[in-house]
Design a binder for this molecule. Sequence first.
Ligand code: ADP
Length: 320
Amino acid sequence: MIKVENLVKRYGANYALNDVSFEIGEGEVVGLLGPNGAGKSTTMNILTGFLAATSGTATIGGVDIREDPIAAKRMIGYLPEQPPLYPDMTVEEYLNFVYELKGCTLERGPHLAEIMSVVKLTDVRGRLIRNLSKGYKQRVGIAQALIGDPKVVIFDEPTVGLDPKQILEVRNLIRALSKNHTVILSTHILAEVQSVCQRVLIINRGRLIADKHTDELARSLEDSVIYRAKIAGPEREVTNALRAMHGMKSVTATAEKEADATVYLLEGARGFDIRKPLFRLLAGANYPLLELAPTGTDLESIFIRLVERSDAADAPSVRK
Ligand code: ADP
């Protein structure tokens, strides 16, 4: 349904997106996850035709967004983080307005009635938007995205600023929509991805660092315990000593530093407890071990680990 190939977006010398490729099949619900500044909005803005890529291609339902933006846009409903609502219109007036704006050709009355019923706005159809609660305003935003019955619906941080009850309602609504639509959900909230999405694309610094099924992501790292160790001493020498240690599978220096100490992520070989040999190695080499703790295997820790690994891979100081 969506195919993105080698997408690059450059601002001067900075890459907001750097060679990103992925595919999303019909009916999939995919989370786009990443820290602030990762490139999520850039990706969505290119997919929705608001922004042109520097290079690479994006197609929706086989239609290249650059070649035929109107046809491609027709297949997409978009809920921006701040939907452009008109507070002085009633819900129904606003949806009629969007219907006109999109040049929708579906039979108006039944189409709008169905959307209002799906997002549960029927009871407030005559109310001014300005008088609606934040949760209801968000439903109006979702309703406008659904006008024209797009095959793909893209949500940008749809639950920001809502109370817990409203958050559950919006998540349930997205889950319900996923039965008939391909959904992309951009968020920095892991619980949201876990509760709504089958698959997750993780972006960090403009690069795609993971593309996995939500449970596969958690499972993939379950077997290995990874320790976070804060160790004093010159980073290059400490890294080399750690890498040479028997039973050590991987060593990653993170960007987290304190005076002469660096935080490392240490992964032992399967079934090998690295703690005692690590202590002996560091004591012998006079690199004081300041902290040592296992990282969790919940989605949050996995996410942090993936992001830190990709940050470390980008940092020139640890490049060989
Ligand atoms: P996210 O949505 O994941 O928070 P964005 O896609 O908004 O991230 O931004 C990705 C990167 O591109 C950021 O480093 C941001 O500073 C940069 N960026 C975004 N828009 C512009 C712009 N108009 N000019 C220069 N840099 C930009």
